[in-house]
Design a protein around this ligand. Structure first.
Ligand code: ZN
Ligand code: ZN
Length: 396
């Protein structure tokens, strides 16, 4: 089913591999070694869950990239990626011999005779510098240390995060479509109105997840949050068996994926007779103003810290600063949380093509919570929201 996908997406993946090799040529490191991860998917289009079997991609400046994969995956990787050099190992022989020959062929075993473990800054042995996948299982990094005893190690994110943070048109289109699926579900929930009263949070979460798929999404991008009444005051509450009552504020934070790219938005709605608790209208108004202020502040050259300050300033001014207990937002791409992080004091400057959330919240312990979240794409002179549904709390 992925044949056409692979044909369509070879060009961006080849371009990304070239960009990584340019960075390596500039001297960042001798090789990047990836395993099944979003970094691997970003560079090759290949997606799978990590397992105990060695499944590694070596990218260097001077050689073609090399895949080292289990024999049972060889055909799939050859057909589905732009990497031509695919070497396999069989279960009855193990990966060690193939791993050693890949390291030799790529010229990575320099300094192998020296004591590479003293770590005292002695660089006379001139071993390779290897950037391993940030999420790689320790058992694989340990094997790399053994086959490359003279090498030093860093993280692939040092190179890849800077590439991944700027989204291309196809990535933005996928993010937009995922956002549209979530927006459609929010509209349906508003229309459900009174029908939501009496459901448990878990019932509503299941309903939301069904509707995300019905609206074109694939699965969920994170565990669905339905925080009703006092549960909404716990930002990491997902959903439980509490029954949603008329007038409860309900924090609804959910997402799905399109072409691997997630949506992530939050609305805080009140179902039923719509006479929310004391203080709710005021808090909702403040959070909404904070979110608008931060969105208005987005343009190239502004720092993430300034975006955070725009939202936080409104909430502090209203006297709820201590109840805004998290950062203002996070980048979104193949990972739901990635660079850039919109955090107090953040110094990263925004650039066109960055995509991140703006999601201020106020949490009144034992009472209710309010969070409003949209994803935005930075444009040449501002930003565009990827979530477009009404941000009001009323459902009628
Ligand atoms: Zn969210
Ligand atoms: Zn978020």
């Amino acid at each position: 089913m992925n044949d056409t996908d692979a044909a369509d997406t070879d060009a961006p993946h080849a371009r990304r591999l070239d960009a990584v090799r340019d960075r390596l040529r500039d001297g960042d490191a001798d090789a990047i070694v990836l395993f099944p991860s979003t970094n691997l998917r970003y560079l090759t289009g290949h997606s799978e869950h990590p397992s105990e079997r060695h499944f590694l991609l070596f990218v260097t400046a001077d050689h073609e990239p090399v895949f080292l994969v289990p024999e049972l995956s060889g055909e799939q990787v050859r057909a589905g990626t732009a990497v031509n050099d695919v070497r396999t190992w069989a279960d009855d022989e193990g990966p060690a011999a193939v791993l050693a020959s890949v390291a030799d062929d790529l010229g990575l075993r320099r300094g192998a005779d020296s004591d590479g473990r003293d770590g005292d800054g002695d660089d006379s042995d001139d071993g390779s510098h290897i950037l391993v996948d940030d999420t790689m299982h320790a058992r694989f990094t340990q094997d790399l240390r053994e086959v490359l005893p003279g090498a030093t190690f860093g993280l692939a994110g040092e190179v890849l995060a800077d590439l991944r943070v700027i989204k291309d048109d196809a990535e933005i289109a996928a993010l937009r479509h995922a956002g549209e699926a979530a927006d459609a579900v929010i509209r349906e929930l508003r229309a459900d109105g009174d029908d939501v009263v009496g459901m448990t949070e878990a019932d509503l979460a299941r309903h939301i997840e069904d509707r995300l798929v019905a609206n074109g999404g694939v699965g969920v991008s994170f565990e669905t949050i339905v925080g009703s009444g006092p549960n909404g005051a716990m930002p990491h509450h997902t959903h439980g068996n509490r029954v949603i009552r008329a007038s409860d504020p309900v924090v609804l934070d959910f997402g799905t994926r399109v072409d691997g790219y997630p949506s992530d938005q939050t609305r805080t709605l009140v179902f039923g007779d719509e006479s929310p608790p004391e203080g709710f209208r005021e808090v909702h108004r403040v959070v909404r103003e904070a979110q608008d202020a931060a969105v208005d502040a987005v343009e190239p050259g502004v720092t993430t810290g300034e975006i955070d300050a725009a939202a936080r300033g409104v909430i502090e001014e209203a006297g709820y600063g201590d109840e805004f207990v998290h950062r203002t937002g996070h980048g979104v791409g193949l990972d739901v949380h990635e660079e850039p992080y919109v955090v107090t004091g953040g110094e990263r400057e925004l650039e066109p093509g960055m995509v991140f959330s703006i999601e201020p919240g106020v949490y009144l312990s034992g009472e209710f919570g309010v969070r409003i979240e949209d994803l935005v794409v930075v444009t040449d002179d501002g930003c565009v929201r990827l979530n477009r549904t009404d941000r009001d709390w009323r459902t009628a």
